[in-house]
Design a protein around this ligand. Structure first.
Ligand code: ADP
Length: 496
């Protein structure tokens, strides 16, 4: 060994004679162990570095340095006539990294196994190769290609290899054991979910960090179930390799939601029926009395008039009583209508935006289930009134708009702005529009729905009028119906 090499080498080099006395100590040894060449040369190796295996076979040793820290050294020795030569390498850092890696692998694998979510470790590299080949054959617009060629997407599934899954996945998909796991993901994706798989690959190609969607997957026995599917795409790009996908079984949650929705619909229907019943009973009761009086007075009046000498004066008196009774009956009807809008509105300053946001939150499931698109543009305005009643009006208008549209095609706009002395809320849809005179919707029990009562809009008008406002409906020139609510502008321009 030349002296230069001895000084330059990154490994530690230590030489000692037959008596164990150190005769050479290179700079790397000085750096690692903390003793200078002068301090080390002449000392015994046992004192400085501790015992050395007697068979001098390669070993990893823990050694204490001059400053007292422990280092891990991988060492090998050669013996010749002049003594023993030790070459050592500091592997402390490397071992720490390995330990950390092992710990994190352990953590990862216990997480992987213990989570309630199903995890799939997939090898996407063959799909990457497949896509690159497709590109070399001239396919450039992948999203469009996926949409137009579902077979191509199925082929990508067949090339997505399953590396591993956790226990939850085995249970969720009814797979007996890892040996019964299919090699690719294709058997677990029903045809109807192909577009979701395509959307996930599109998201990856667009360099999005993750993709999430509700879809349906297939158990081993062929049964389909609802899942929340999530994929997190690695930074370096999906095409290179492993990908972790999570699957959460949401079939029970969806079933519970559907039950709840049905229950709510039933409840709303029952509430409407009972309200109609109440209305009818009180109308019948209260109107019966003036009607009976009208009929008696009309008969008496006829008798006076059909005498040989008609008693005009008596007939006039009776006829005016008939007029007064008819007015009483009309008053009863309007009192009942006011009752339908509950008691006097609770007056309070409300942020209009909050009122609308809460209404949409309340209807969220319903709107989502119907695939409704809603655009909201609301100026910050304050309205005075009863939160629940105003929300009742909005719920009715929004549900009418959604129900009027073809299934899954509802698209509506809710806007609100302050005018000079009033504020205006508009609910406009792109449905078929109103088939009859818009004003009659608010006064009659008109309904085109099989289970409709035609009560919604009359109640809306009562509520809005109780708030000192007006509600009107019209067909928009560009199609669809638009309902306009105007409320007094008391503080209408105050920002909230
Ligand atoms: P119901 O919803 O019980 O029918 P409503 O008084 O709320 O009672 O509505 C009365 C009728 O008005 C509906 O049945 C429907 O024919 C019509 N209507 C209401 N809103 C709309 C709309 N946005 N587009 C088309 N028709 C509508």
């Amino acid at each position: 060994m030349t002296d230069r090499l001895f000084h330059l080498i990154r490994d530690t080099v230590v030489l000692w004679d037959e008596g164990g006395r150190i005769t050479a100590w290179n700079p790397a040894a000085a750096t690692l162990y903390g003793w200078t060449e002068d301090e080390a040369v002449g000392a015994t190796v046992e004192d400085l570095l501790g015992p050395v295996p007697s068979d001098l076979a390669e070993a990893v040793l823990e050694r204490r340095t001059a400053t007292g820290t422990i280092v891990l050294v991988q060492a090998s020795w050669t013996r010749d006539a002049s003594g023993v030569l030790e070459v050592g390498r500091d592997i402390t850092g490397q071992r720490q990294v390995e330990d950390r890696l092992k710990r994190s692998e352990l953590r990862y694998s216990s997480l992987f196994q213990a989570m309630a979510a199903g995890f799939w470790e997939l090898d996407f590299a063959p799909v990457g190769a497949f896509l690159r080949q497709a590109r070399s054959e001239g396919i450039t617009d992948f999203p469009r290609h996926f949409d137009e060629h579902p077979d191509f997407v199925r082929e990508m599934m067949r090339r997505t290899r399953v590396l591993d899954v956790n226990e939850t996945t085995l249970t969720m998909f009814g797979i007996g054991g890892r040996d019964s796991l299919a090699d690719t993901v294709e058997p677990y994706w029903p045809e109807t979910s192909t577009s979701v798989y395509a959307a996930a690959v599109k998201a990856a190609i667009a360099r999005r960090s993750h993709y999430m969607a509700e879809t349906r997957l297939r158990r081993k026995d062929g049964c389909e179930f609802d899942v929340l599917f999530t994929a997190a795409f690695p930074h370096e790009g999906l095409m290179q390799g492993a990908l972790l996908v999570g699957v959460i079984d949401i079939s029970e949650r969806l079933a519970a939601q559907a039950d709840l929705r049905r229950l709510r619909d039933d409840f709303a229907h029952a509430a409407r029926v009972s309200m109609l019943g109440e209305l009818a009973a009180s109308i019948a009761h209260e109107v019966n009395q003036p009607l009976a009086a009208i009929s008696t007075n009309a008969a008496a009046s006829l008798r006076w008039l059909s005498r040989d000498r008609p008693e005009i004066e008596r007939a006039v008196a009776l006829t005016s009583r008939i007029g007064a009774d008819a007015q009483r009956a009309a008053d009863v009807i309007s009192r009942v209508r006011a009752m339908a809008a509950k008691q006097a509105a609770a007056q309070g300053p409300l942020g209009l935006r909050d009122v609308i946001d809460e209404t949409l939150l309340f209807l969220r499931d319903e709107l989502q289930a119907r695939g409704a698109q809603i655009a909201v543009s609301v100026e910050p305005l304050t309205v005075h009134g009863d939160r629940t009643q105003l929300q009742q009006v909005l719920v009715n208008l929004i549900m009418n708009a959604v129900q009027a549209a073809a299934p899954a095609h509802a698209s509506l706009t809710i806007s609100a702005r302050g005018r000079d002395d009033y504020l205006e809320v508009k609910v406009a849809d792109q449905g078929p529009g109103l088939a009859v005179d818009p004003d009659s919707l608010f006064t009659s029990f008109y309904s085109t729905k099989p289970d409709g009562m035609g009560l919604g809009l009359p109640i809306c008008r009562s509520i809005i009028e109780a708030h000192g406002g007006t509600i009107t409906a019209a067909n928009a020139p560009e199609g669809g119906a638009v309902f306009v609510i105007r409320l007094p502008a008391e503080g209408a321009h105050t920002n909230v």
